[in-house]
Design a protein around this ligand. Structure first.
Ligand SMILES: [Zn+2]
Length: 298
């Protein structure tokens, strides 16, 4: 009887110890996670405060390190670009990405002409090469041409050499067609690494992001596109829509085309006027010489 009691007490003690131990491990793991989360947040904070060098990226560990800290550079803030004009006036600029596109760019050009609006077109070098006439048409109608890379890769995943090539090739194509050296660069996917920012700044590009964009690359309705943009836009806003079609995102831009007049009419109803991107930002869209790009002609 006494032995049985002893055994029961022993079992209970063992059980209590086990519970305490596993509880302890859980608590320890929880604090460990918190610590890791804190470190990650701290790194993001540093990146946002424009002190990229504190992440200790050296020439040797650059690619490895950037891939390691990649997820937070998906945040558009990491681009440290211009996402809107500094004004409290009801002025906005329209921009279009991923073109030129034979079908949809022309439709957009005709809508813009009807409403007498000058927009910005961030073109893909690859498409511009296929259809230089269309790029010329955009330019001659008074719209701004910006660089949106050659093949639309995620710049976080490519090498320094590839980053340079993507930018340079596209600017050269734009120069061949328009006689102008573009200054405005829009990062594909709005993804930026410190390395590409450094390269772009070195060559005096202006990184232009946006303040109002929607998923018009998805199969959504014109109504959805218009409502989303109208909800997000404010004074000085840069509106980002898509006239072109990266194959990976599907190619139908008919709903964007359909949404455009709705957006224009409603914003005008609200007292907004449309400015060209360079006027809104008060920054020249082109460089008078290719001095700043000297390395791209080495
Ligand atoms: Zn794009």
């Amino acid at each position: 009887m006494i032995n049985n009691q002893k055994n029961s007490i022993l079992i209970i003690i063992v059980l209590i110890v086990m519970v305490l131990l596993s509880g302890g491990i859980l608590v320890w793991q929880y604090f460990k996670t918190l610590e890791k989360k804190g470190e990650a947040l701290e790194e993001i904070k540093i990146a946002r405060e424009n002190k990229m060098e504190e992440i200790k990226i050296t020439e040797e560990n650059k690619v490895e390190k950037l891939n390691e800290i990649y997820p937070k550079f998906l945040a558009m803030e990491a681009c440290q670009g211009i996402s809107q004009g500094r004004t409290s006036e009801k002025i906005v600029a329209l921009t279009f990405d991923d073109g030129p596109n034979k079908e949809y760019t022309r439709e957009i050009l005709s809508i813009l002409e009807n409403y007498n609006i000058k927009a910005g077109f961030f073109i893909k070098g690859k498409y511009a090469k296929i259809d230089p006439e269309l790029v010329k048409e955009i330019f001659e109608k008074g719209h701004i041409i910006g660089n949106h890379s050659f093949s639309h890769p995620n710049f976080i995943h490519i090498s320094e050499q590839e980053i340079k090539e993507e930018i340079k090739k596209t600017s050269e194509i734009i120069y061949k067609i328009t006689g102008e050296h573009p200054i405005f660069f829009r990062p594909p996917f709005g993804a930026c690494s410190p390395l590409m920012i450094e390269i772009l700044r070195e060559k005096n590009y202006q990184i232009i992001t946006w303040s109002a964009m929607t998923n018009d690359w998805d199969p959504v309705t014109a109504e959805h596109i218009a409502q989303d943009i109208l909800r997000r836009v404010g004074p000085g806003g840069i509106i980002g829509l898509h006239d072109g079609c990266p194959s990976m995102m599907g190619g139908d831009r008919s709903q964007t085309v359909k949404a455009l007049p709705k957006i224009i009419k409603e914003l005008r109803n609200r007292g907004y006027r449309f400015a060209s991107l360079d006027d809104l930002l008060n920054i020249s869209a082109y460089s008078p010489t290719n001095d700043s790009r000297s390395q791209s002609h080495e």
